[in-house]
Design a protein around this ligand. Structure first.
Ligand code: PLP
Length: 393
């Protein structure tokens, strides 16, 4: 089952990708190979596994699943999404430049500006929905264009194919952080990107029980370089974590369908609510990225954010503390619904003036809509909005 052609359905891939029956027992699920090392019959005479930093069979199965799901040739798993990013950035040299979006995940922004900026890498943050802004930042030193779409938390959309076209021939490569969409809703390599990155902590794992990252590329030279760094630096996930994500992947298509359905219902409900000024969700025809999202995605996902009419910090704090089903927590993409306040949580490391320019104001609330019954989720938001703002939906 490992040779899945590009025409295999996404749901079939989610169930089967990467997994072969265990050769010694026939176990249908990949065993958790809890081992650090592998017995050699003689010097250099081994079965392809020498030491678990370098390779572990449970990780190998997961890495091939990642590659298959993103239609790439090479998949790599890391101890976290940021460890995956860190590895990509370590392929750069001082003086190299990176262009990224001005509405970037807070942890990515921190990695770029507080870690890699010190090693002489230069970062430019532009609105990647604006191709002229991208072209004017692009120069002979640009090595990477780091795209996130939809963005976190403003749900801005970048046209991946248009960015890949604009960058082609410049010597820079396009990486897409595909965490928000998951491979079920968007496949950047098919749109011309050179690499896909995921925080597998989110939808891929899907059950809020593991932290992991992944990279997928079809560029063999780059993949070799990344494998060397993966082994040299050692930020690899353990076998139990790999097993958990392998299991999570099997229901990815079902979960994403429900996240999309629930997300759409809630986005529409919230636009009718008098306490809310604006709902940020790419499924609305009025969303500036709607046309591109409809073209490059297979669904609009379960992430919805909204701005309170009174852009008020105390009201926002009260709201996120008053929901009962939507749990106040960082992270996203699990089966349970979460609510967050980006300005004080995920985006607290981004300076106020910087975050407010992209809309991350004190009255912005982010929802990761889970797979519960949507009527219960709507009731929960209604009661919390009424108690925080005094306004009934
Ligand atoms: C969570 C997240 C990351 C970082 O991943 P970790 O697994 O937390 O290290 C990167 N990008 C996006 C969009 C994320 O949501």
């Amino acid at each position: 089952m490992s040779d899945h052609s590009k025409t295999t359905g996404r749901g079939t891939l989610a169930v089967h990708a990467g997994v072969e029956p265990d050769p010694s027992t026939g176990a249908i699920m990949t065993p958790v190979y809890m081992t650090s090392t592998y017995v050699q019959e003689g010097v250099g005479n081994h079965k392809g596994y020498e030491y678990s930093r370098t390779h572990n069979p449970t990780r190998t199965a997961l890495e091939s699943a990642f590659a298959a799901l993103e239609h790439g040739a090479h998949g790599l798993a890391f101890a976290s999404g940021l460890a995956a990013m860190d590895t990509v950035l370590k392929t750069l040299k001082p003086g190299d430049e990176v262009i990224s979006t001005n509405d970037l995940y807070g942890g990515s922004y921190r990695l770029f500006t507080t870690v890699f900026a010190h090693y002489g890498i230069v970062f430019h943050f532009v609105n990647l929905s604006d191709l002229d802004a991208l072209r004017s930042a692009l120069n002979a030193q640009t090595r990477l264009v780091w795209v996130e779409t939809p963005t976190n938390p403003m749900m801005q959309i970048t046209d991946i194919a248009a960015v890949a076209d604009a960058v082609r021939g410049s010597g820079a490569r396009v990486v897409v952080d595909n965490t928000f969409a998951s491979p079920m809703l968007q496949n950047p390599l098919n749109l011309g990107a050179d690499m896909v990155m995921h925080s597998a902590t989110k939808y891929l794992g899907g059950h809020s029980d593991v932290v992991m990252g992944c990279l997928v590329t079809s560029d063999e030279h780059w993949a070799d370089q990344l494998r060397t760094l993966q082994n040299s630096c050692g930020a690899v996930p353990g076998p139990m974590d790999c097993f958990l994500v392998l299991r999570g992947l099997k229901t990815l298509h079902l979960r994403m369908q429900r996240h999309c359905d629930n997300g759409a219902r809630i986005a529409h409900h919230l636009t009718q609510h008098p306490a809310i000024a604006k709902v940020h969700w790419p499924g609305f025809p009025s969303h500036p990225g709607h046309e591109v999202a409809a073209r490059q995605m297979h669904g609009f996902g379960g992430m919805v954010s909204f701005t309170l009419r009174d852009n008020n910090l105390d009201m926002a704090k009260k709201l996120v503390a008053t929901t009962r089903l939507f749990t106040l927590a960082e992270s996203l993409g699990g089966v349970e619904s979460l609510i967050g306040h980006p300005a004080t949580m995920t985006h607290a490391s981004i300076p106020k003036e910087v975050r407010e320019k992209t809309g991350v104001t004190d009255g912005l609330i982010r929802l990761s809509v889970g797979v519960e019954d949507v009527e219960d989720l709507i009731d929960d938001l209604n009661q919390a909005l009424a108690s925080a703002t005094g306004i009934h939906g």
